[in-house]
Write a protein that binds this ligand. Structure first.
Ligand code: HEM
Length: 511
């Protein structure tokens, strides 16, 4: 009897050891956050991962290791450590990990986006095609799209605002602005109403998928045993089917337009019509998916948080200063037009940079996987280790930013060179759309601030939260989602605004 029991205990012990093991053994010399068997630190992360990691960083130092289930992860929390690892080691940190929920369940039919693809020849080709489509001259050629879409959103706000007497939610207008910009860029098509059913479907599905894309909230990514209970996978699968449906409608629509000769210039059209583009159907679909989803929640989140802040009491001072500086530079009231071709109002540039830093809408940046060994402060971190950037932690690092918890655009005035914040990540896989995003933010804020005084709501219950953590309603999702708030838009000069809107309308009709 005794040997059988010993055998059973040994088998259980062996099974436990297998389930409890990690892909990379413990890194000697790097502080480690203590965790539980099998689950590692998943419990400690709680519902606000970047905050939990910043707290651990205070105890363990700016860079530490933790295990999440069977994966060993190196976390960087401070501005300097992120810069050191992500920029100085950019060729080693060029790949992305494969995570079960996103890569096996959500993305199984349209392929991965560029931002979630491991580094290989195909990813290199797709990133190159996207970088060409998003470089400075290309972005300038898209400004007519931003002209029309910002016009369209501001026109709707003008109609709805009742001269500043009405509390309104700007979220639907901003969703349409971002989605139309993405659709025009990618497929040459757009929605004319914020109430369109397909528009709502795309916004809802992309927001839900963004929640599945959470870097650290899908426990089945880290604990394979949990995949035996596939409730979450089933839910993810439903969203995948809904996404496939509209992506196919959009791509087929464009192919039909090309056949009929009625297509508008757009990125996918250029690729489809270019016989020398070395991209297969799956790669084209991956680029489409990337372009549709990349700016869909990130751009509106920044604009919405920015508007919420402007509607606060401190926001009144910021608006006034921005408005005066716009007037100084454009005394002939032509900022509405000029913002499409130049970025000449440093305070507004500083304002949107501070919005990007303060709200860091991807608080846990997209994860990386090393493709070479990396030496960090004498510790050898082997190839294949996962690296997570606590971008929010880096952007609130007191060693780098003076009073980081205070919203202060002035920190970006004057000579500010080099890495300014981690809202766009850093290094070799940094956001490829940063220039386009900056142009969209600048244009939108210039137009909004010259058009309206943004005031708090009459009903105080709807006032925007100004603290970045408080303003976000989903801390575990990949991209922050602004809590619903309302504010008032009081036209500064109705005649002038009507004239600007009319000039854009005429241009649009000419097109
Ligand atoms: C304010 C808006 C945006 C924010 C905050 C943002 C943020 C980010 C972040 C944090 C990453 C990961 C970077 C890293 O790992 O270091 C990323 C990747 C990426 N973004 Fe953006 N993004 C924005 C808008 C856009 C837009 C408008 C596009 C294109 C239409 C775009 C295209 C991409 C692409 C292609 C990648 C993947 C890069 C790669 O993996 O090689 N982004 N973005």
């Amino acid at each position: 009897m005794v040997p059988i029991w010993i055998g059973i205990i040994m088998i259980i012990w062996l099974l436990f050891k297998i389930v409890d093991s990690t892909d990379i053994p413990k890194l000697r010399g790097l502080p480690e956050a203590s965790g539980w068997p099998i689950f590692g630190c998943l419990f400690q992360l709680g519902t606000n991962h970047s905050l939990a990691l910043s707290k651990l960083g205070k105890k363990l130092g700016p860079v530490f290791q933790m295990r999440l289930g069977n994966k060993r992860i190196v976390i960087a929390n401070s501005f300097d450590s992120i810069r050191g690892l992500w920029i100085r080691n950019q060729s080693s940190l060029i790949s992305r990990p494969l995570l079960h929920t996103f890569h096996t369940v959500v993305s199984s039919s349209q392929g991965f986006t560029i931002g979630t693809s491991p580094w290989d020849e195909s990813c290199k080709r797709r990133r190159k095609a996207a970088a060409t489509a998003l470089n400075k001259p290309a972005v300038q050629s898209y400004m007519p799209i931003i002209d029309v879409e910002s016009y369209s959103a501001i026109k709707d706000i003008f109609q709805e605002c009742k001269d500043g007497q009405m509390d309104i939610s700007i979220i639907p207008h901003l969703q349409r602005f971002a989605l139309n910009t993405s659709l025009m860029l990618n497929y040459g098509t757009r929605f004319t109403s914020s109430d369109d059913k397909l528009l709502k479907e795309i916004c809802n599905v992309e927001a839900a998928i963004s929640r599945f894309r959470s870097t650290s909230n899908n426990w089945q990514d880290y604990v394979p045993l949990l995949r035996l209970f596939p409730a979450k996978s089933k839910e993810a699968n439903k969203f995948r089917l809904r996404r496939d449906h509209y992506l196919n409608i959009l791509l087929d629509g464009l192919k039909q337009d090309i056949t009929n000769g009625t297509d508008k210039p757009c990125i996918t059209g250029n690729i489809l019509k270019d016989p020398s583009a070395q991209l297969n159907e799956a790669e084209i679909k991956s680029i489409c998916l990337t372009m549709v989803s990349a700016g869909l929640d990130t751009i509106p989140a920044n604009i919405i948080f920015g508007i919420g802040y402007l509607s606060s009491s401190h926001g009144q001072e910021i608006q006034q200063r921005a408005y005066e500086e716009i007037q100084d530079i454009y005394p002939d009231d032509d900022a509405w037009e000029r913002c499409l071709v130049e970025e000449r109002v440093p305070y507004v540039t500083a304002f949107y940079k501070e919005v990007l830093r303060y709200f860091t809408v991807i608080p846990m940046c997209l994860p990386r996987r090393s493709i070479h060994d990396i030496e960090y402060n004498g510790v050898m971190i082997p190839t294949g280790t996962l690296f997570y950037m606590n971008a929010f932690g880096g952007d609130y690092d007191e060693e780098h930013f003076e009073n980081p918890e205070i919203f202060n655009p002035e920190r970006y005035l004057g000579d500010v060179e080099g890495t300014q914040h981690f809202a766009y990540g850093a290094g070799s896989r940094m956001c490829a759309g940063a220039h386009l995003a900056n142009r969209e933010l600048f244009t939108f804020f210039i137009r909004l601030i010259t058009a309206f005084r943004i005031l708090p709501p009459k009903d105080e219950n709807y006032a925007a939260a100004t603290d970045a953590m408080e303003a976000n309603q989903y801390h575990t999702a990949l991209v922050a989602e602004p809590k619903i708030f309302k504010c008032r838009f009081e036209p500064r000069n109705k005649e002038l605004l009507a004239a600007w809107l009319e000039s854009t309308r005429q241009r649009t009709e000419d097109d």
